[in-house]
Design a protein around this ligand. Structure first.
Ligand SMILES: Cc1cc2nc3c(=O)[nH]c(=O)nc-3n(C[C@H](O)[C@H](O)[C@H](O)COP(=O)(O)OP(=O)(O)OC[C@H]3O[C@@H](n4cnc5c(N)ncnc54)[C@H](O)[C@@H]3O)c2cc1C
Length: 445
């Protein structure tokens, strides 16, 4: 029989790393098993052999991601975050609207000057946002599509405001996004506090970034094992035994299963797992022989591409030309398309935003299709998101469990900390940001 650990955490994505840090900090003998050769889970980076580059799908976080930020501060990863005070929204032809990150429209009404919106669009948006002053909607049964209809949002308000923000954050079509989570995004990022809506990106490849959090767990005594794929999990003599693909076993009193729902369901029976669905993200990576963009990051309007990241600027590699990443969220259409088709369409669209591209040469390119990028917060899903404590020493973590958050790194970290808190018998959660202005007054009532 292998040595018994207090807690075995399976999966070293944001959820498993957060659980391992909290548990080992509290002195629990913790083992962290990860099947890949790197940490970070879906927030991963890897050296692409053919491109000769380390690539990842750029991840974004906001000031309201208090638990992820706390974990970054504890591990020093916060030194590898770049914060942005504004998000440029580009229209084809080059017109730019700068939306200040963390600007509460209720407070500054700064976005009322946005040229990408007409007066009637702005009125509709303000009318919509006032519904989120009191927090997120209570029910998760209504879709965002029906809310847009009820609040009579204009076509331009939808295309130039609700759509770019919501598709980038919830990664699905409006019919498949519950109003509760759409409301949460706008409440946290636009209404509750200025800090909550500030945006940041990691400035180094994601597995290096999450590697800092893994190092903290290891310094605290966590036994991290990479290339350790758990194939079976069972109760043996009152303990949990994990059987690994290399034929070895690990044994622990408690298990935190920090896996995506479809992987967790392979190891333990899960009620209601059939209600969860995935949504894809496709990223297009382009290397140019010279600098082609003026922005580290910007939203692109009236195109299939939602977001542009200039990774050479973000990673501080500008002297080597431009490495541009384009993000297509909810990329169901692209899943069916071939590489050349995706590439040609993206390059054609990009030319209308970046005139400097006409003088530049594309040196190399790559496409990353993530069919299972996120789970969708479809209306009614909350009834099936399980709590972390499952009984008999089994704890479920992962962004899909009951956290009140959509499929995000923050959701993952929260789930890991909730699982650790249930084991330790005390809260491991960071404080929420304080509400500001009118929202603070409303929260006091
Ligand atoms: C392209 C893309 C873009 C995204 N953009 C953003 C963004 O901008 N902002 C944001 O907040 N979120 C974003 N996300 C979502 C974010 O990555 C996830 O919500 C987050 O990683 C979930 O963390 P997790 O720990 O719950 O699960 P995961 O990250 O999936 O981690 C689970 C881990 O378990 C491991 N594992 C699985 N099975 C086994 C097994 N049998 N044995 C051992 N280990 C196993 C996996 O290898 C993995 O490392 C994006 C995701 C993708 C794919």
């Amino acid at each position: 029989m292998s040595a018994v650990t207090d807690v075995m955490v399976i999966g070293a994505g944001p959820a498993g790393l957060a659980a391992a840090v909290a548990l080992s900090a509290a002195g629990a003998k913790t083992q962290l098993l990860e099947r890949k050769p790197y940490v970070g889970g879906r927030a991963y980076s890897y050296p692409h052999p053919a491109l000769g580059e380390v690539i990842d799908s750029q991840h974004v976080l906001l000031g309201c991601c208090t638990n992820l930020l706390d974990l970054c501060r504890l591990s020093g990863a916060d030194n590898y975050l770049r914060w942005y005070e504004e998000i440029p929204f580009l229209e084809p032809g080059g017109r730019v609207t700068r939306l200040r990150g963390g600007t509460s429209p209720m407070a500054s009404l700064g976005f009322l000057r946005a040229p990408m919106l007409e007066f009637s669009d702005k009125l509709a948006i303000v009318r919509g946002l006032t519904e989120f002053l009191n927090g997120k909607p209570q029910s998760d049964d209504v879709s965002f599509a029906s809310w847009l209809k009820r609040t009579k949002q204009t076509e331009r308000a939808i295309k130039h405001f609700w759509e770019p923000i919501l598709i980038a954050t919830l990664n699905d079509t409006f019919e498949r996004c519950s109003m509760r989570y759409a409301g949460k995004v706008f409440h946290e990022a636009f209404v509750r506090s200025a800090e909550g809506g500030r945006m940041a990106v990691p400035t180094e490849p994601l597995s290096n970034f999450f590697g800092r959090i893994a190092s903290l767990a290891e310094q605290q005594g966590t036994d991290l094992q990479l290339r350790a794929s758990v194939e079976r999990l069972e109760r043996v003599d009152g303990l949990w035994q994990a059987s690994l693909s290399d034929g070895t076993h690990r044994v622990a009193e408690r298990v935190v299963l920090a896996l995506p729902f479809e992987q967790a369901a392979k190891l333990v029976p899960l009620r209601g797992v059939e209600h969860f669905v995935h949504a894809p993200i496709t990223t297009i990576h382009l290397w140019f022989d010279r600098n082609v963009s003026e922005y580290d990051q910007c939203a692109l309007l009236d195109t299939r591409i939602q977001w542009l990241f200039d990774k050479s600027r973000i990673r501080g590699l500008e002297q080597q030309g431009s490495y541009i990443e384009l993000v297509i969220s909810a990329s169901f259409q692209e899943l069916e398309m071939g590489r050349e088709e995706i590439l040609n369409s993206a390059i054609t669209e990009l030319r209308s935003f970046l005139p400097k591209m006409n003088q530049a040469k594309i040196v190399k390119s790559g496409i990353l299709k993530e069919a299972r990028a996120t789970f969708s917060v479809v209306p009614g899903l909350d009834a099936y998101r399980p709590q972390q404590e499952s009984g008999a020493g089994l704890y479920l973590a992962g962004d899909w469990t009951d956290t009140g958050w959509p499929s995000t790194m923050e959701g993952g970290v929260r789930s890991g900390r909730l699982a650790a808190g249930a084991i330790l018998g005390r809260s491991c959660m960071a404080a929420e940001l304080p509400a500001e202005g009118i929202v603070r007054l409303l929260e006091r009532q």
